[in-house]
Structures are given as C-alpha cells and as structure tokens.
Design a protein around this ligand. Structure first.
Ligand code: SAM
Length: 309
C-alpha cells in the first residue's frame, strides 16, 4: 500500500529515529507527575526514560530543570504533553464508562502506560500498536517493574506505513463491537497516504458507537516555525530535530474524511483545554504549537443515523 521506503524507516526502537519521540513524551509525563499541580500521573514514565541510553540523563523531576517553566522544552513543551495526556485520559475513560465501549486501541502507543495506570471497567481490552522494537523495550521495562495491567493488554507489533487493517482482527479485535481509538502524537510522522489509510482503517473497523481522538498539525508548511523556541530547545538540549522526523508533505483533511462518512467531529486547540483546566500552555509568538489541533470524532450508532443525533 504505502511508502515503506520512507526516511523515518529504522529498526532502532527507542534508540533513535521516530522511536525516541516516545521517550520525549515519557520524560514529559514523568515531569508532569511530579508537579504539585499535576494534570496527570504516570509512575512508569520515569522508568522508561532512565532505562534507555538515549534519555538516561534527561530530567524526570522538575527540580532537575534549572530554569523550570522558563525552559521551552522541559517547561512549556512538557506541560503541553501533560495537558494532552490528561485530556486524552478523560476522553478514553468517558468512552468506556459512559459510552460502554470495551475495546481500546492505542495507535502509535509508544510508551503510553494507560493500560497499567487507568481505572478500566471490567472486560476492557487495550490493543497497543507500535513498531516491534518499541513494544519490546516497553515490555522489558514494565516486566522489570513487575507491572500489572489493569485491563487485558494486547501488543500489536506493526509498521503503520504498511497494510495493517488485518492485524487487529487477527489478535481478537471485534469490528462488530464498538471501540475507542487514540492516535496521540503520531500522524505528522506518517506519510499522507499512511494517514489516510489509518483513518479509513479505523472507519472500517469501527462499529456504530465508536470514538476516535487524534492530533494533527494544520500548518500548510510545517517548517513555518522552524526557529521557534520549542523546536530550537528540543534540537539543542536533547538532539531531537522534530522537523526532521515529521513528514513534511501536505496533510490530508482527516476530520473532513470522517465527517464525509457520517462521523461527527469536533476540533479543538490545546489552548481550549489550558483554559478549561486553568493550567497548560497558552499561545505565544512564533509558536510551534499554533497549528496543533485535537480532534474528537464519533461514529453514530445505527439508531442515530438519519436522526442527526
Ligand atoms: N502515543 C504515544 C504517547 O503519546 O505516549 C507515543 C507518541 S510518540 C511521539 C510517536 C510514536 O509513534 C512512537 O512510539 C513511534 O514508534 C510511533 N510510530 C511512528 N511511526 C510509526 C510507524 N510507521 N509504525 C508504528 N509506529 C510508529
């Protein structure tokens, strides 16, 4: 199907390439967990950071960041990830508690420890899709901690640039039952064709009553904020050039693609949630977060179709 000869191709797990971004999010979650005004707690996050040579000396506690919140990477950007984690925790828990969904799919799961840290109702299954080297690292660290998942957990080693629609049904996912999908911090690393394939696959595997949250960047030119404090600090402090990892081709309109197929979708800026929670990043000049949007989509149940519910 899609471009497997893409420049992000690597089999280095979390040691380099796009896999190292999973460690960046883990470090941010560790920092957030130790804040007195924390929005989300993840006790596993700092263990991932310490276990990987690429990140072993990164901060995991705010007291290890000399300039604190003034640091564009470990202050504002880390707070962004903390806010995103909280908002998406709430989205998933609402889907299982209120929506009654029991199948949860984390696409590009990375070091997301939600299967271990959220209070899932009985009968939930959490499917985690990522590349096999990243999932192997995660397995090794969590195994060393004797961590126990709070739902059935099914790792699904997959390269999302290849055809993967059959991978979930093969490991017990039931397309006839509703599901909730999370695509957090992933799409901008994928070629546009792989993003469209992902959206079509979610649509095809989702029964009515399913929900999906995903993050996109709206800029037509992702290089527009190349010199922003956030990208510059990430490059200079930990050697990750995010813009080099992003796929810079024009992005598809994934929210529109879903609404064309009958889903409802609401699109939010992260700043909407900063205002809601009273903490998190706010807009600033030359802001690499300016184009970030969080999309929440729902597929109507059959009885709702045609009623405009
Ligand atoms: N969603 C996780 C979170 O928020 O903690 C991880 C986000 S991390 C920024 C991006 C993740 O996408 C990494 O774990 C990386 O391995 C995964 N990823 C990127 N390209 C991928 C691909 N082609 N196939 C599978 N996973 C991929």
């Amino acid at each position: 199907m899609v471009d497997t000869a893409h420049r992000n191709t690597d089999d280095t797990g979390v040691a380099g390439g796009v896999g190292v971004t999973a460690l960046l999010v883990a470090a941010a979650r560790a920092l957030e967990s130790h804040r007195s005004d924390s929005l989300a707690r993840d006790v596993y996050a700092e263990h991932f950071v310490r276990a990987a040579p690429a990140s072993a000396d990164w901060p995991v506690h705010p007291c290890q960041v000399p300039d604190g919140d003034a640091n564009p990477l470990w202050g504002r950007f880390a707070r962004y990830f903390g806010l995103r984690t909280r908002v998406l925790d709430d989205f998933l828990l609402r889907s299982v508690r209120v929506g009654g969904v029991r199948q949860v799919v984390l696409v590009g799961a990375g070091l997301d420890a939600r299967a271990f840290r959220l209070d899932w109702p009985p009968g939930c299954v959490v499917f985690e899709i990522d590349r096999k080297e990243v999932l192997a690292f995660k397995h090794r660290v969590l195994g060393g901690l004797s961590a126990t998942p709070r739902a059935a957990r099914v790792p699904v080693p997959t390269d999302l640039r290849a055809d993967w629609a059959d991978a979930l049904p093969r490991v017990g996912f039931d397309p006839a039952a509703p599901s909730v999908w999370l695509v957090e911090g992933l799409l901008f690393y994928l070629p546009p064709a792989a993003e469209t394939y992902l959206i079509d696959t979610v649509e095809g595997l989702s029964a009515g009553g399913s929900a999906l949250a995903f993050e996109v960047k709206l800029e037509k030119d992702l290089l527009e904020y190349r010199d922003s404090p956030l990208y510059t600090a990430t490059r200079e402090q930990i050697g990750i050039d995010l813009l080099d990892l992003f796929d810079l081709a024009p992005r598809p309109d994934s929210a529109g693609r879903l609404t064309d197929r009958g889903w409802s979708a609401s699109v939010h800026t992260p700043f909407d949630f900063t205002r809601l929670h009273g903490r998190g990043p706010l807009p600033e000049p030359n802001d690499a977060l300016a184009g970030n949007r969080w999309v929440f989509a729902e597929k109507p149940r059959p009885a709702e179709v045609g009623r405009g519910v």
